[in-house]
Ligand binder design. Sequence first.
Ligand code: 17E
Ligand code: FE2
Length: 444
Amino acid sequence: MRMIVRGARLHTGEGRGAVAASLVDVEVAEDGRIAHLIPHDDEREPPVTGTLIEAHGGLLTAPFVEPHVHLDTALTAGEPRPNASGTLWEGIACWSERKRTLTREDVVARATEVLRWQAAQGVLYVRTHCDVTDPGLIALDALAEVRDRVRDVLTLQIVAFPQEGIVSFPDGERLMREAVVRGADVIGAIPHYEDTREDGVDSLRFAFELAERHGLRVDAHCDEIDDEQSRFVEVLATLALRSGLRGRATASHTTAMGSYNGAYSFKLQRLLERSGINLVSNPFANLNLQGRFDGYPKRRGLTQVKEMLAAGVNVAFGHDDVMDPWNALGTGNPLQTALMGLYAAQLTGTDEIPTAFSMVTDRAARVLGLDEDAYGIAEGAPANFVLLPATSPAEALRRQVRPRFVVSRGRVLAETPVAPTRLSWPGEDPAPVDFHPRPHPRLQ
Ligand code: 17E
Ligand code: FE2
């Protein structure tokens, strides 16, 4: 065996059964695949060859999946000027200026830096948007190069994202087609940014036709505006339903849904469920960028996360920005995304907290269309997993733990020692504090 993980608690999905009842050992074969998943037995001697990882009851989960990030704009916050108003629109204007100075090396360096942070934090599948409203398509070529360089350790999907529009941008349609030729994996759109509603509808039709022609998926920035009249998600869902792309389309952001009335929301739930589309909510960007034109009461800027989950729609959480014109902060850490999303969407019931964890793991995997034997911990599957120093998804979220080990294709990609804080409490000798609670039956 190449590796054995002993005594891990397997993350098995969301809800009450999120964690397997008994501990397991995972044996990884020389080919980098999981050879055996066997019940843990304290008495059994570990093998003498290969890497031995003692899990000590830690949570073993399939890797985190980032369903929505912008690696081309990452690490450009403040360049050439800060986003003073904090709106989406000024962010787009700042980026448009920065875009003129892009070079391939610049994009490769920034994107690679963020992917390294992501990998260190257990993210092994990433869907990045890439602005293709650039006549030179410099960022796209650069990200395609990065995708090839990292292929052996993580999977990168690139969305051809028309930041300044398809129909309303000069040569927008040609640039989208050219992006496919140059290797984009997914077709994007931005209907709420097009000049008119009709242009928005046309842009979605164009995106679906292009995707169908090339057998690709669709992931549109959709209704990212506090305008209750922005209703492109119904168009996207209908196109998904009527085209060959049922289940292969995603609407990202959909923040206008936070302003829809009850009657329309009810109608929409049924349509979205039938269409099989995925929704990606990006809590950092949405909380930051939306509500900026409101007085009080001020909207919170999120899509209908709880309601759409209840309606049977697949919803995931994305990080969106890492230090760029739309969010000067950001780390790429999916447990931060999930914690922020959990509070913003009020997924705070003890039965809902594991759902928030699944929104950066299994549910996000579904957005990327990772097929079942590529994603997940199972015999025969590639040995891609993360060992968290926590006993449950709720614990991992609460303590915001860094993975103890990140394993990709059967090799340790990242390792973080646990470094406890020493507390010199009055009247006591200095002792480590690990922020573990008394066992809490509802949160285990
Ligand atoms: N561009 C956009 O249109 N919306 C966003 N949230 C980001 C970039 C980050
Ligand atoms: Fe985005």
